[in-house]
Design a protein. Structure first.
Length: 380
């Protein structure tokens, strides 16, 4: 019998490993026998059996034959044998390693690999080992449905990966619209002095408008208010009113530039913006009185109660993110110096926080509970 290891040191229940490689639980684990070491040989998967001391062994799926690209060697990724069957197995393997080096977590990494494989395998314009064009990639990653935004995000990440590995074909700006985008980018950078982040946002909106909101037969010279309204309707399906305000502001700036330089009819920059009202969104932070009442309402009887109280205490008093608290281990606390070492996933940096005497006392009380089991001690 073999048990799976989820990468954090905790062992998962025994079940058929091949059913759960994609991150989803099996339909009925009891109907399938547990995997053996022989089951994973033909798929490039190594399954280590359960040790005699009762400690679960690691489950290590690996790529069997896909070569490395640009030196990126991915860590063991659940479901690797499935991507090995794709004709883009080399690209998927290199993408997995690059995402891991960039600090992506396990579940988002799986989602990105799944989306990239689904898009590439369903398109005939790409070939493994060849260069990719950014314009083609942006088009194929536009899919209908509720997952549209997720695919667009994955497409952007895949484009950044290809640019980092030298697999993105350089864009030849020889068409009129491409030259117009270059001139507008230069205008925003040199005349208006926008930051790099603002330039990227304006450029993405303009590129999306020229690819989806502009008819190829008329071009900018035949642009009408109805075309702009249709594009705004498309963007409103995947953006809330706050985000749509920024998109319309970027559209106004581009259309005003085109009108001033006789690239499009003048007056098209007059676009109604969505109304946003003060106080319509949830508060960004709770009142401190409410936070203290919340902490006081937690029962502190069982180990799980003390764990919940400690987690909320660290969030309220030190502003830690849930992912940062979940990654804490016993060696993160320096009891002599009275500090806490936090690995920040979002900024990929290390933060050392001084702990108050009250917090140190709380941590000692939580960790020294007589009935605190080893699992809570390690994960709480």
């Amino acid at each position: 019998m073999a048990r799976l290891c989820d990468g954090s040191g905790r062992s998962a229940p025994s079940f058929d490993a091949r059913v759960c490689l994609d991150g989803y639980p099996p339909v009925n684990p009891g109907l399938r026998p547990p995997p053996s070491a022989a089951d994973g040989v033909d798929r490039g998967i190594a399954v280590q059996p359960l040790g005699s001391d009762g400690v679960s062994a690691s489950f290590v799926p690996t790529f069997a034959s896909a070569p490395d690209i640009r030196g990126f060697s991915p860590p063991p990724t659940p479901g690797s044998w499935r991507y090995e069957e794709s004709r883009f197995g080399a690209e998927l393997k290199a993408l997995a390693g690059w995402l891991a080096e960039q600090g992506h977590l396990r579940h988002p990494l799986r989602l990105h690999l799944h989306r990239v494989r689904k898009v590439l395998d369903g398109c005939d314009r790409f070939q493994s080992g060849r260069m990719f064009k950014e314009e083609d990639l942006r088009q194929v990653f536009i899919v209908p449905g509720r997952s549209a935004y997720g695919y667009i995000c994955t497409g952007r990440i895949f484009i950044r990966f290809l640019a980092a590995t030298g697999r993105l074909a350089p864009v030849q700006r020889t068409d009129a619209l491409g030259l117009l985008r270059l001139r507008y980018h230069h205008y925003l950078a040199e005349v208006r002095g926008l930051s790099q982040q603002s330039l990227k946002q304006h450029g993405a909106t303009v590129a999306d408008f020229l690819s989806r909101g502009l008819t190829s037969d008329r071009g900018l010279s035949g642009l009408t208010a109805a075309d702009i309204e249709a594009f705004v309707q498309i963007k409103s399906q995947t953006n809330n009113r706050q985000s749509l305000q920024h998109i319309i502001a970027q559209m106004r700036a581009f259309l005003r530039y085109c009108g001033d330089h006789l690239e499009a009819p003048s007056g098209l920059d007059v676009i109604d913006t969505p109304r946003v009202y003060r106080g319509e969104l949830l508060p960004r932070a709770l009142d401190w009185t409410i936070v203290r009442r919340l902490l006081a309402s937690i029962w502190r009887r069982s180990p799980r109660d003390w764990r919940d109280y400690t987690v909320l205490h660290l969030m309220a008093y030190y502003g830690l993110r849930p992912s940062e608290i979940a990654a804490l281990r016993l060696d993160a606390v320096d009891w002599q110096a009275g500090t806490l070492r936090v690995d920040q996933r979002k900024t990929r940096s290390v933060l050392v926080l001084p702990l108050a005497a009250r917090t140190l006392c709380l941590l000692r009380r939580y960790l020294s509970r007589d009935n605190l089991d080893e699992n809570l001690r390690r994960t709480g």
